[in-house]
Design a protein around this ligand. Structure first.
Ligand code: ADP
Length: 348
């Protein structure tokens, strides 16, 4: 039987008249990595602070390790959890002193503090940093030390609040590997906030999409990225082509191309049809729809094109290596996609 290590029931947060987290439920299994993704201001940090017991909830109940979070249990429950923020203050002391600080607050014997600090530095491949002054570290190294300072307390639940937001891609990859290692080796339950959906996809077993203080979807990474359940979730995960279409004879018509609907939509009047820009294939020879390139901009390894088909504008992203300079404004092109690249949701 799977054990829910976190169970939130109708928890919400209001600051003055502003509701930042609408009443929501959340269950997290032991050993799971859950990524909470969403735009800035969606309420992700507030949620983590409530789950960690730093921020009082405005309503609802929270059960951690099966125990209700309340005044009397808060201190002992928080002792079993750890939190790493985007920016962590390191003290102007050595790396090992910074790490052991978290343990001295817990009044552990000094021999144990020493051995745990040594172990964590070894486990993170940072032993040679032990005597370095924390002030001399790069951003990535500093965040690894901050992570070590949390891990040394052996948290059973780890909250990571945008832990790599200030790091470059290489330092991000190093920290991500450490996060996965901690989860694999110690079965630590991890909840990570990130505005970077790709990071959520790399790390998490499940992804929760939070927008405007609500969970729009909690699913596998695959489903969140390819089968979003709401329009705003779809836009957040990068769907650039979203069309509201009338249903006629169990089908929709987009730019002259007819697509039969999955059976669950046959009673609907309208649906949203969506397709990712990178799932559209451009061709000069043949395809489902014929249109005209109206814009073509190179973005790094990709070309982003706008293609107009009978008054409908499609956004298309193709690899520059594949397309070269083949698709320019004014060119006639065909659009193609695999049938399973099209996703439908009800239109409200
Ligand atoms: P995210 O982490 O998704 O960027 P936050 O949880 O930080 O979002 O913030 C959600 C909303 O709550 C924002 O509009 C923010 O301004 C507001 N907020 C956060 N903390 C406070 C506070 N202490 N007082 C008033 N409003 C707050």
């Amino acid at each position: 039987m799977t054990e829910n290590i976190i169970e939130a029931v109708n928890i919400s947060k209001t600051y003055g008249k502003k509701t930042v987290i609408k009443p929501l439920n959340l269950s997290v299994r032991k050993g799971e990595i859950l990524a909470v993704i969403g735009p800035s201001g969606a309420g992700k940090s507030t949620l983590i602070r409530m789950l960690d017991g730093i921020e009082p909830m405005s309503s609802g109940d929270l059960f951690i390790f099966g125990q209700k979070l309340c005044k009397s249990s808060r201190y002992s429950l928080r002792g079993r959890m750890g939190v790493l923020f985007q920016k962590t203050v390191l003290f102007d002391r050595s790396v090992e002193e910074n790490i052991s600080l978290g343990l001295s607050y817990r009044h552990l014997p000094s021999a144990e503090i020493k051995s745990r600090t040594k172990d964590i530095l070894e486990r993170m491949g940072m032993s040679e940093y032990a005597k370095r002054s924390a002030k001399t570290l790069s951003g990535g190294e500093g965040q690894r030390v901050a992570f070590a300072r949390v891990l040394v307390t052996r948290p059973e639940i780890l909250f990571l609040d945008e832990p790599t937001a200030n790091l470059d891609p290489i330092a991000t990859a190093v920290l991500e590997e450490m996060i996965l290692k901690e989860n694999r080796e110690n079965k630590t339950t991890i909840i990570i906030n990130t505005h970077d959906q790709a990071q959520g996809q790399r790390l998490a077993d499940r992804i929760a999409v939070m927008i405007d203080g609500e969970f729009k979807q909690i699913d596998s990474a695959e489903d969140v990225i390819y089968h979003p359940k709401t329009e705003d979730a779809a836009r957040f995960v990068g769907f650039q082509n979203i069309f509201s279409l009338f249903v006629v004879n169990n089908s929709v018509n987009i730019g002259g191309y007819e697509i039969p609907l999955p059976s669950e939509f046959t009673c609907a009047e309208k649906v949203l049809m969506m397709i990712r820009a990178e799932d559209i294939i451009l061709s000069k020879e043949s395809g489902k729809l014929r249109g005209t390139v109206v814009s073509s901009v190179r973005r790094g390894a990709f070309i982003e094109a706008g293609v107009e088909v009978n008054g409908v504008m499609f956004r298309v992203s193709v690899k520059f290596r594949d397309a070269g300079n083949e698709f320019n404004a004014g060119d006639a092109v065909y659009l193609n996609w695999k049938d399973d690249a099209v996703h439908f949701i009800p239109s409200c």
